[in-house]
Ligand binder design. Structure first.
Ligand code: ZN
Ligand code: ZN
Length: 278
């Protein structure tokens, strides 16, 4: 989590005694808020200016003892410590509601920038998990509008938090084969391989009904042919080994090997011929 401590963002000291009021029990969960005013995105090095401005508005305008929120999340995913984990917030509407849940503000407006960024959703998720683990807080999630008459936190954030505040997923690479049948893929390969593939396919040039499947069948035939050839050569070599020790002359051995290979070639021819498509 990209946590920005109060000293790091230049928070003013909170007023005593109310600013130091602790929570009296474990929080039920986390409520989200938005600014409820116009907001435009800004460079991150000016985000802390805005957080200080919110604090000034709450302390000088509303007369509160500190910024009202527990945490504030900017569009760049940084989490600014407001009242933090242990001091009761003053943003949820009344003391009972403040006591019940943490208050996390997403710096998003009711006009201008109205949808949180992915970095901001990740930051808000970080803040929620931080509250749960260190607060501690329960798993309840909602918005300012839950149990209080307000449009806060706006529809986009409210829909997100009620969906369980999921982390945004990384954009998926589009699968180029999505939705294609095997037939589509054969055809696509054939269309792009017209120069490279055809000469290896039997009867490609004379058979106008030649299909890409013929090429695959041809490959199958070649594999079977190789199997036959290897078996024949293996047998010939085996025979050679037996005869080396028995005084048979070289010509006899060579003739035996040539005959075995010739037999294999005949088998290959037959195999291809019998499996050719008409
Ligand atoms: Zn609110
Ligand atoms: Zn920022």
């Amino acid at each position: 989590m990209k946590l920005v401590s109060r000293s790091a963002w230049g928070a003013r000291a909170y007023r005593l005694p109310n600013g130091a009021t602790p929570y009296s029990r474990t929080r039920r969960g986390v409520k989200l808020h938005y600014l409820g005013t116009a907001y435009t995105d800004r460079a991150h090095d000016t985000c802390d200016d805005y957080v200080r401005q919110i604090q000034a508005q709450h302390m000088d305008g509303n007369g509160w003892s500190d910024i009202g929120y527990s945490f504030v999340v900017c569009t760049h995913g940084y989490v600014y410590e407001g009242r933090g984990l242990y001091r009761r917030n003053s943003a949820n509407g009344n003391t009972t509601l403040n006591e019940q849940d943490y208050a996390v503000l997403l710096m998003v407006g009711s006009s201008g920038l109205t949808k949180p960024t992915d970095a901001q959703l990740n930051g808000a998720r970080d803040a929620i998990e931080y509250c749960r683990e260190k607060g501690p807080a329960g798993t309840w999630l909602g918005g300012h509008r839950d149990g209080y008459a307000t449009s806060c936190p706006g529809d986009p954030i409210y829909a997100w938090v009620k969906a369980g505040a999921p982390r945004p997923s990384a954009p998926q690479e589009e699968d180029p084969l999505a939705g294609m049948t095997k037939q589509d893929i054969y055809d696509a390969v054939w269309k792009t391989d017209q120069v490279a593939a055809p000469d290896t396919a039997p009867d490609r040039k004379t058979n106008t009904n030649w299909q890409p499947q013929s090429y695959l069948k041809d490959i199958g035939n070649r594999v079977r042919s190789l199997t036959v050839t290897v078996a024949a050569q293996s047998a010939a070599i085996h025979a050679l080994a037996e005869k080396v020790g028995s005084g048979v002359d070289t010509n006899t051995v060579v003739a035996a090997v040539e005959k075995a290979i010739a037999d294999a070639v005949v088998k290959v021819d037959i195999d291809v011929t019998q499996n050719q498509e008409s």
